[in-house]
Write a protein that binds this ligand. Structure first.
Ligand code: SDX
Length: 427
């Protein structure tokens, strides 16, 4: 029996269906309200489902994250990023043959047109890599605009493969350009993460010197960032994509949204914060600032819109972080000491407990990336790289079924109608 709810407005009772979820919250279908001239109001969409989706599920109260039903802990321990990309895109884990064909498709698409590489010359060497990566991904639209029919499922999958294949190369090019160094071409003999690191830190003509520990840590970071339901950047991709714009432009919009320190930019902001704190003795001072309503300072890497318990990715990230630091012999990394002191205080402080503010993935990913020698300005670019399969899978899911252009309404609180006043009469 389908559940219903009723609302009564101006003496009129309206029945609304309750749509049942396979996991988590059911939703009240408010689509019928527009015909009654009624809007709902939910700035920031705290309690609004923007779409149906079968890709990822989060249970924020119990610290659960599943990609296509597979728990993130199992994927982080047993899979690799390319296999997770296949799973997100296709809904099932690949057979060996399917995986090999997918990997071959990605490897063949990872090269960037020589002329297109000049896009980076438009940026000064000090430009933030996120500005370069966003522009480069948007620029890819110029290469594939005429040949991409977004109504064609095969074209959409080709676009997905291209973006997953090219984002490491573009990210590495942005990094190299920023440092005034020459680009290193992709090496199809290397794994996805190792190839990215070699393009960033290697030299043309020299064999990869990337350690397995660091490549494995990077691949796990990609897996942990691969998708996360309707977060701000994914919702941006869906909204842009709903206008039927070029997919590379829609993804570039997602990159822009991710850059903010409240979202994907938090990993870089965590490092900046830890470096500003500078010493364990000053942690209390910064916790006090974070609690001060009159101080805009927030503890970067803490809190989450959905996780009101631990972020399961942070747990995996913390384990990986400590293993990498031990392997590199830098367990006493000062920033990790400050981070541990910060986490301890936050877990015991009423302000954080009351507001269910726990460390999120960005808290430990930043420390891990720094420990393996990744420059801070690349942190959010690495988040972009990890999230690419999620964005393009949501874009594809939306276009694979009937959809409408996203166009929210508003609560208008402005002026009533008034007549124009000539400049000479305005006093
Ligand atoms: C990501 O959505 C996703 O899934 C995102 C993401 C993904 O994978 O796509 O998980 C990636 O973006 C993780 C979050 C990274 N951001 C940060 O670490 C930045 C610091 N965090 C905060 O900016 C904040 O916690 C947010 C933005 C993450 C969540 O903000 P909400 O859900 O809008 O919560 P809120 O601002 O309403 O906070 C509720 C209360 C407020 O206090 P009161 O007004 O109730 O007194 O908690 C306080 C806030 O002031 N608060 C914090 C805090 N986060 C919230 N106080 C101090 N430090 C913080 N970090």
């Amino acid at each position: 029996m389908k559940q219903k709810v009723q609302i009564t407005i101006d003496g009129k009772t309206i029945d609304l269906d309750v749509l049942e979820a396979s996991e988590g919250n059911n939703v009240v279908d408010v689509r019928g309200l527009i015909s009654e001239g009624i809007f709902t109001f939910d700035p920031g969409f705290l309690s609004t489902a923007s779409c149906e989706s079968k890709i990822t599920y989060i249970d924020g109260d119990n610290g659960v994250l599943m990609y296509r039903g597979y728990p993130i802990e199992q994927l982080a321990s047993n899979s690799n990023h390319l296999e997770v990309c296949y799973l997100l895109l296709n809904g099932e884990l690949p057979t060996s043959d399917q995986y090999q064909a997918f990997e071959a498709s990605i490897k063949e698409k990872q090269f960037i047109d020589k002329n297109f590489q000049n896009i980076f010359n438009g940026f000064t060497q000090g430009a933030h890599p996120m500005s370069m990566v966003g522009a480069a991904v948007s620029g890819l639209a110029s290469l594939y605009h005429e040949e991409t029919d977004i109504a064609n499922a095969d074209d959409r999958m080709t676009t997905a493969h291209r973006l997953i294949a090219m984002i490491p190369t573009l990210a590495a090019m942005a990094y190299k350009h920023g440092r005034g160094e020459s680009f290193v071409e992709p090496d199809p003999s290397l794994g996805y993460a190792e190839n990215f690191l070699n393009m960033c830190f290697g030299e043309t003509g020299k064999p990869s010197a990337v350690s397995k520990t660091i490549a494995d840590a990077m691949d796990r970071i990609f897996i942990l960032h691969a998708d996360h339901e309707q977060n701000a950047s994914t919702s941006t991709v869906r909204m842009a994509g709903s206008t039927e714009c070029n997919p590379y432009a829609a993804i570039s919009a997602g990159i822009s949204a991710l850059w903010g320190p409240s979202h994907g930019g938090a990993n870089e902001a965590v490092l900046t914060m830890l470096q500003e704190i500078g010493d364990v003795s000053r942690v209390g001072e910064y916790v006090k600032k974070a609690k001060d309503k009159d101080d805009p300072f927030k503890l970067m890497g803490f809190g989450h819109r959905v996780y009101k318990n631990f972020d399961p990715r942070a747990t995996v990230m913390e384990e990986s972080c400590k293993a990498v630091l031990a392997e590199l012999g830098v367990e006493d990394e000062p920033l990790l000491q400050i981070a541990n002191a910060l986490e301890k205080i936050a877990r015991e402080d009423e302000y954080f407990i009351e507001r269910k503010l726990y460390p999120n993935i960005d808290f430990y990913s930043g420390i891990t990336l720094k420990a393996v020698g990744i420059p801070t300005e690349l942190f959010t670019v690495i988040f972009t790289l990890g999230r690419m399969p999620g964005w393009i899978t949501h874009w594809n899911e939306m276009l694979s079924a009937p959809y409408k252009i996203a166009r929210p309404r508003q609560l208008y609180l402005g002026e009533h109608k008034r007549d124009f006043v000539a400049m000479s009469d305005r006093g």
